[in-house]
Design a protein around this ligand. Structure first.
Ligand SMILES: O=P(O)(O)OC[C@@H](O)[C@@H](O)c1c[nH]c2ccccc12
Length: 260
């Protein structure tokens, strides 16, 4: 079992839902990256999604865009992020998932990027601008490195496409719960529960809901339809403001026992 499978297995045994926080690497400096990963593991995160700052983050809303700008201003590079993770890996046991657009990977070189990610102990990759039709170019080296490509499905994906993506899926399936970019929402489309249930139904791997989730109530609400949640913008904002207790509250909300 790889680290991601192991984590989901443990959740099942404990009858808990997954909580995967997203953080922007280099926001607050690389030392903060280390401290935040350690804090999130200690607070009960299932895995951590680590964002690589990039100048054109097309899927991101203002909170994450601004965090990316702060990280770039700090001079954060992909190479440094990978070596920071490598340094931490021996003392962190939860899965670490990198989220990056394709461009920084190209700039680094696909082969050397995957090799370095492997050496750092990266468990998974989310590449939002890599559609399944294009993933061939990166799949083989990823498989060789045993790094899981986490795929996304969206509210507007037809069911046949969702099925296809779910069947190829590794690690977990990321179900995007809004049409649009990342960032807090006050309400969701009323059919979101139905959408998540449909995905869970066809997916052989765990399904996590993400985008727009920012309160403990929303964590509980979304988690009842699937295997857990990803929370990005809110976590980025709370770290930036130093409200660590609020991050703990969000994580605790996912520990409610399975209601369905
Ligand atoms: O910020 P939100 O609305 O909580 O959404 C999660 C999200 O931030 C994180 O998973 C993410 C950040 N950037 C992305 C780009 C694409 C897909 C996912 C992401």
């Amino acid at each position: 079992m790889n680290r991601i499978e192991k984590s989901f297995h443990q959740l099942k045994v404990r009858n808990e839902k997954a909580f995967v926080p997203y953080i922007m690497a280099g926001d607050g400096g690389l030392k903060s990256l280390m401290e935040r990963i350690l804090f999130l593991e200690k607070s009960g995160a299932t895995a951590i999604e680590i964002g690589i700052p990039f100048s054109d983050p097309v899927a991101d809303g203002p909170t994450i865009q601004e965090a990316g700008i702060r990280a770039l201003k700090n001079g954060t590079t992909l190479k440094e992020v990978l070596s920071t993770i490598r340094e931490l890996r021996p003392i962190v046991s939860i899965p670490l998932i990198l989220m990056t657009y394709m461009n920084p990977i190209y700039a680094y070189g696909i082969g050397s990027f995957i090799l370095d990610a492997k050496k750092s102990g990266v468990d998974g990759l989310i590449i939002p601008d890599l559609p399944i039709e294009e993933e061939e170019m990166i799949l083989e080296p990823l498989n060789e490195a045993s790094i899981e490509l986490i795929r996304l499905v969206t509210l507007t994906s037809p069911i046949d496409r969702i099925k296809d993506i779910a069947e190829r899926g590794r690690g977990f399936l990321y179900a995007v719960t809004v049409t649009g970019i990342t960032g807090s929402r006050t309400s969701f489309n009323e059919s979101v529960g139905e959408y998540l249930a449909k995905i869970v139904d066809v997916s052989p791997i765990p399904v996590l809901a993400g985008f727009g989730i920012s309160t403990p109530e929303q964590v509980k609400e979304m988690a009842q339809y699937c295997d857990g949640v990803v929370v990005g913008s809110k976590v980025v904002e709370l770290f930036h403001n130093g409200s660590l207790d609020k991050i703990e509250e969000l994580i605790s909300a996912s520990k409610v026992t399975n209601v369905i």
